[in-house]
Design a protein around this ligand. Structure first.
Ligand code: FES
Length: 103
């Protein structure tokens, strides 16, 4: 069973906000969409921009570097759904946001 690791406190990620976290050596982006937290790899597939520092509108994040957009629920690029950032399972235990990066 996949192991979940606590990476942030829910109070630090309000609805509509995003955040960059480190989990076991990986840099990930958390997004709070209406109270549900999603996790993507932080690295934009264009040129490596930090998605967790992008602009979140609804469930769409816009990369801060050149504007590529991704659906944070699926990781898919809006322009080309065959381009997909990795997503990771998230759960909230009490106030703890936990992510699983295992298989
Ligand atoms: S690095 Fe993200 S749009 Fe260019």
């Amino acid at each position: 069973m996949a192991e979940f690791v606590t990476c942030a406190d829910l109070s630090a990620l309000k609805a509509g906000e995003s955040k960059v976290v480190e989990v076991e050596g990986r840099t990930l982006a958390l997004f709070n969409v209406g109270g549900t937290v999603y996790c993507l790899d932080n690295t934009c597939l264009h040129r490596g921009g930090p998605l967790g520092e992008g602009t979140l509108e609804g469930d769409i994040v816009t990369c801060p570097w050149h504007g590529w957009q991704y659906n944070v629920r699926t990781g898919e690029s809006l322009k080309d759904p065959s381009v997909r950032v990795a997503t990771y399972p998230v759960r909230v235990e009490g106030r703890n946001i936990q992510v699983s990066i295992g298989g």
